[in-house]
Ligand binder design. Structure first.
Ligand code: ZN
Length: 251
């Protein structure tokens, strides 16, 4: 069984400035932390974040996703944000980091989760993304020889790779909500409430566009978060989630 821990689950620090929203996605880049004696678990994810934010001065942890030696998947900047791990390629790629040392022995559980995560992401993008190692794009040994060769040889899985999250069902669910939103946009004026509002709040909070508590109530903070998001992606900042804003967020 694969466990996915979201940003609040490992106590991520909200970015001081919202993450940049990725406008196109062409590939997936695999990294390792390069730490030889890495301890799996959320404390390590937090320490990477603190290093990236305090020492490097970045807005948050560099990676979109991380996988530890126990095969636990962590949401880094998550699905929609531009990462900071692959210089020159961040605006068009999703980065995944194995939190251990990719040149030694990599546990089967970790490989299984990396492969499962990659196939989940691929299924969201119609299986059209390329998958490369960091060393294909820069002069670095990252993600380490073991991981790199495993990736090159087709990411053979020994265990059942059925994903924890049913991405197809999730997609259908988001599309169904999107059809309702297209007919009846979400706004403060309409006093919108419910699951679609909750989804917007969680998504924008994750990106750093603060909407307040994820309570499913379209209040003033949600309006402000939506406006800031709309400005950052070049949409008219009216604070209303209609068809265009919704599809910009979730497609
Ligand atoms: Zn790397």
């Amino acid at each position: 069984m694969r466990t996915v821990i979201n940003r609040s689950g490992w106590n991520a620090t909200p970015p001081q400035k919202p993450f940049t929203v990725r406008r196109r996605t062409n590939g997936i880049v695999l990294h390792h932390s390069g730490v030889r004696k890495a301890q799996p678990g959320p404390a390590q994810i937090k320490s990477f974040e603190q290093y990236h934010m305090r020492v490097r001065g970045w807005r948050g942890i560099a990676y979109n996703w991380l996988v530890d030696a126990d095969g636990v998947v962590y949401e880094g900047r998550g699905r929609g944000a531009v990462g900071g791990a692959t210089r020159g390629w961040n605006s068009q790629t999703i980065s995944i980091c194995y939190t251990g040392w990719g040149s030694g022995e990599v546990p089967e559980r970790a490989l299984d989760s990396i492969a499962g995560l990659i196939s989940s992401i691929q299924s969201q993008y119609g299986n059209r993304l390329w998958v490369k190692g960091h060393r294909d794009l820069a002069s670095t040994s990252c993600p380490g020889t073991t991981l790199y060769h495993w990736m090159q040889s087709g990411m053979e899985l020994k265990q059942d790779s059925s994903p924890e999250i049913d991405w197809v069902a999730l997609r259908n669910y988001i599309d169904a909500l999107g059809r309702k939103v297209a007919l009846k946009p979400l706004s403060r004026r309409r006093r919108s409430r419910g699951q679609a509002v909750r989804l917007v709040q969680r998504h924008l909070n994750g990106l750093g566009f603060e909407c307040g508590p994820v309570d499913g109530v379209y209040g003033r903070m949600t309006v402000d978060g939506v406006k800031a998001y709309q400005r950052s992606v070049g949409l008219k900042p009216d604070g209303v989630v209609g068809k265009h804003t919704w599809s910009r967020m979730f497609l």
